[in-house]
Design a protein around this ligand. Structure first.
Ligand SMILES: CSC[C@H]1O[C@@H](n2cnc3c(O)ncnc32)[C@H](O)[C@@H]1O
Ligand SMILES: [Zn+2]
Length: 435
């Protein structure tokens, strides 16, 4: 039986055509879809709904979209800090990740889901191993996700084949599952961990399966130099030659890209997941986001894994995006508040090729939205709600979350996940790695 809910008396930020802020607005939902956005309807119209939810003192906005990460790495949070990417990966992350089984991935991803829901993320992109465990957490939590088995090709040909088959099997089996909340993609980890012919196989398979591609690209200076040494060209040209950009593609980082490379990315409509927190913490640099925006690109925001961030709070990334480019460019107009909020919502949806379903609040779209409390002292006076969300809000302000029309958190109470059990299991799963 269909359920109709009407959320009334809210400030509604639709993110459609700019911000479109409705004061004392309403949002109607039937099953998994938004059916109405506008003024609070007359009482006789309200009677047609099964449930009326008063949202006075709250803002409703589209759920936040995290466009790149490794959810299970919550288990490695704080395990190795203050290191550059290569040392951090090769000497600390990879040795421990080699011991991960589906137990660690399940426990770490569930912990990530709790953290993401509490901080307003309704949809996340995940690249990892043991992805069936990740997909099952997504199923259970009620979240939306774009999932991929990330593949590192620094191994024997036999192992490369095995990983490739597994990535394809996962992407095929899970695409469209969980009432369509799970979609998939294919992801060679990076040009420095996958030989060119191996990347080419992923490109061909993605074309065949009509799935998007994803990879880490141009995150550090060292990686770009290595690419030039090994292949004679920088990573953008390398991937372009492999046909990576002839298909829908999302690249994570793009920190060290030249103006000419940004032109190539823009021409091919390549999506970029901007990871300001992780790039700062690993000392990788600051991506030229202002130039990307000037050239018509619409980067999304991402946390990357919790071991390089060290949290999964997209509100923080929105704030960082709105701040660091002002400082880096000596320009207070760089990445204005509204742009930063779009990066965390509608642009993020585009990056995951889900903008036909999510990213804005419009009739016909999936009912993925959150509410934030506006009554805190730090949110007053309420001149400009977009400014407050970007520059003043924090994760503690997130009160409610709905995905596909289903409540995942109401009044800060999680409805789909057992937080205490998940925290306990995550600690146990990490300790098991040290034995
Ligand atoms: C093959 S699964 C994903 C793989 O990516 C690693 N990873 C985490 N953060 C980063 C990053 O910033 N750059 C490159 N690779 C990263 C993670 O540890 C997994 O091994
Ligand atoms: Zn990553």
């Amino acid at each position: 039986m269909s359920v109709k809910r009407l959320f009334i008396n809210a400030t509604v930020v639709t993110m459609k055509d700019g911000a479109e802020v409705l004061r004392r607005g309403a949002l109607g939902v039937e099953d998994d879809k938004i059916t109405y956005v506008g003024e609070v309807p007359e009482p006789q119209v309200q009677e047609q709904f099964d449930e009326i939810i008063d949202c006075s003192g709250k803002v409703i906005l589209p759920g936040l979209v995290n466009t790149h990460g490794h959810a299970a790495m919550t288990l490695l949070r704080g395990y190795a800090d203050d290191l550059p990417l290569q040392t951090w990966l090769e000497e600390h992350m990879w040795p421990l990740e080699a011991k991960f089984t589906h137990v660690q991935v399940q426990a770490g991803t569930a912990l990530a889901a709790v953290e993401m829901i509490r901080s307003g993320t309704t949809c996340f992109m995940d690249m990892y191993d043991h992805m069936d465990a990740v997909a099952r957490v997504v199923e259970e939590s009620g979240m939306r996700a774009r999932l991929t088995r990330g593949v590192i090709g620094l191994c024997s040909e036999e192992m490369q084949n095995k990983k490739f088959e597994e990535a394809v099997r996962f992407a095929t089996e899970w695409h469209g599952q969980a009432d369509g909340r799970i979609t998939t993609m294919l992801a060679p980890h990076a040009p420095y961990t996958c030989p060119p012919e191996y990347i080419k196989r992923f490109v061909e398979k993605a074309g065949e399966l009509k799935l998007p591609l994803h990879t880490h690209m141009s995150e550090t200076v060292k990686e770009v130099e290595q690419n030039v040494r090994d292949y004679g060209v920088r990573p953008v040209e390398h991937l372009r030659r492999l046909g990576f950009f002839d298909l829908p593609a999302l690249v994570a980082h793009a920190v060290h890209v030249t103006e000419e490379e940004i032109d190539i990315l823009a021409q091919h409509d390549v999506k970029v997941a901007h990871n300001p927190g992780s790039n700062l913490k690993l000392g990788s640099g600051i991506a030229p986001v202002t130039s990307m925006l000037r050239k018509g690109m619409r980067p999304g925001l991402a946390t990357d894994g919790a071991a390089s961030n060290n949290n999964l709070d997209l509100i923080e990334e929105i704030q960082l995006a709105a701040l660091i480019h002002k400082g880096a460019n000596l320009d207070p107009e760089a990445v204005p508040a509204l742009t930063a909020l779009k990066m965390g919502t509608s642009y993020g949806a585009e990056c995951l090729f889900l903008d036909h379903e999510i990213g804005t609040l419009e009739a016909g779209k999936k009912a993925d939205f959150i509410t934030l409390d506006l009554t805190g002292a730090h949110m007053q006076p309420l001149h400009d709600v977009v400014s407050h969300i970007v520059y003043s809000a924090s994760r503690g302000d997130v009160v409610d979350m709905y995905v596909n029309g289903q409540p995942l958190m109401v009044n800060r109470e999680l409805l789909t996940l057992d937080e205490e059990k998940i925290r306990h299991e995550a600690t146990r799963a990490f300790q098991a790695l040290l034995q």
